[in-house]
Write a new protein. Structure first.
Length: 180
């Protein structure tokens, strides 16, 4: 599958300079569009807007920090409203946690499995906080009970999402937000 018809969505809050390297690598890998949602990083992060000098990069800015979930929703809505020629979107974190080759692999998997949500999986080793380990273990068991499949990492920011699934995800995210 060619990644030119896949967009990459990167929610970012006070990112370091590794975001520049990540975006540059994704452009080199020929992704058709890269959407960076600056989630209210503030004036010291005006350099993020400069990423849009490349025609394939779009930067959307929240005036204040609204959280990663809202940044993802903003980016997905942008994708639906402005990137009609694209087949899907891959989300990844701004902190360099996901290697560009893995982002590409997720996009290729989306091409092989159209209509399916692809979840990246990390190997949680080393100095992972206890809270993160427990949270991931708990949600892995809940997912296994609910969907009948065992997932190794439910908290990964690396996901490949087909276009037709995005409206349903946005609806589910809206319901989850209003019930909290």
């Amino acid at each position: 599958m060619e990644v030119e018809r896949i967009a990459v969505l990167i929610p970012a809050w006070k990112p370091d300079q590794s975001l520049i390297s990540l975006v540059s690598s994704l452009v080199e890998l020929s992704f058709g569009a890269i959407v960076v949602v600056d989630d209210g990083s503030g004036a010291g992060f005006d350099w993020i807007v400069e990423l849009a000098q490349n025609g394939r990069v779009r930067v959307i800015r929240h005036a204040r920090n609204l959280g990663k979930g809202r940044a993802l929703k903003t980016g997905m809505r942008y994708f639906l409203d402005h990137l009609a020629a694209f087949d899907g979107v891959v989300t990844c974190d701004a902190d360099g946690q996901h290697h560009p080759a893995d982002v590409r692999a997720a996009a290729v998997s989306l091409g092989r499995e159209p209509g399916k949500l692809i979840l990246g999986s990390r190997r949680l080793s080393g100095s992972v906080p206890l809270r993160s380990r427990v949270g991931n273990a708990l949600t892995r068991h809940v997912f296994a009970l609910l969907i009948g499949n065992k997932l190794t990492d439910t908290q990964s920011g690396l996901r490949a999402i087909p276009r037709e699934l995005i409206p349903r995800l946005l609806h589910a995210m809206a319901i989850a937000t209003t019930t909290k």
